[in-house]
Design a binder for this molecule. Structure first.
Ligand code: MN3
Length: 217
């Protein structure tokens, strides 16, 4: 959904803004994608404009190396690079033609780790329902291939913590409030019907097979 190099640019969603109706309404998806997501992209580009060296960093490297960045932009980069990364992942995992569950290796790992796919869903939902304020819930994998459900606040991203994300749910109010108002639980339940499990599987396989070697500084 974005170009991978500075200056980062928003690409078109691979489906119509109305394609996720009635689960995510057209207006919410439009505002979320074109305004919120784009805001983070523009802000990040704006900051990087004056830091030539950092322009060659990937999004992930900007996030992972936050504590080595110039102190005066560290916080902003954390928020904006995080906002870009998190939204990019969230939108890439939505699909109007979603399957009910994952297949292949990810399915197997989920069943081994959570007992069953249904138990995983319960765990993810209860974690999501417990969140207060602007947050994300994640399915992550560590470098040993172990998976877990976790959460983060604001635009924090769990690639800071020796783990990498497979799947994420945006629980900021802008993701659902227009349609669901305070019925966050309904948004969470419905989101499970539009998960792009093929993409999640792809993330899982990429992360377990080859990406850790490149994650040193
Ligand atoms: Mn959002």
């Amino acid at each position: 959904m974005i170009t991978l190099e500075y200056p980062f640019k928003l690409k078109k969603l691979p489906f119509e803004f109305s394609a996720l109706e009635p689960i995510i309404d057209t207006k919410t998806l439009q505002i979320h994608y074109n305004q919120h997501f784009n805001f983070y992209i523009n802000k990040l580009n704006e900051i990087l404009k004056d830091y030539k060296k950092l322009q060659s960093f990937s999004l992930e490297k900007l996030i992972r190396n936050n504590r080595y960045l110039p102190i005066q932009i560290r916080n902003e980069i954390k928020n904006y690079a995080g906002g870009v990364f998190n939204h990019n992942l969230y939108f890439s995992l939505l699909s109007p033609k979603a399957k009910e569950k994952p297949e292949g290796k990810l399915k197997e790992t989920i069943e081994n780790s959570f007992n069953s796919f249904e138990d995983f869903v319960l765990k993810f939902k209860s974690t999501a329902n417990r969140q207060i304020g602007s947050s994300y819930v994640w399915l992550v994998v560590d470098k040993f291939g172990k998976i877990a459900v976790t959460s983060s606040l604001n635009q924090d991203t769990p690639i800071n913590m020796q783990i990498k994300p497979i799947l994420t749910l945006d629980l900021w109010e802008h993701a659902y409030y227009l349609k669901y108002n305070s019925h966050k639980e309904e948004y969470i339940n419905n989101w499970f019907k539009i998960i792009n499990w093929e993409k999640a599987e792809e993330n899982y396989l990429n992360l377990t097979q080859n990406s850790w070697a490149h994650t040193k500084r």
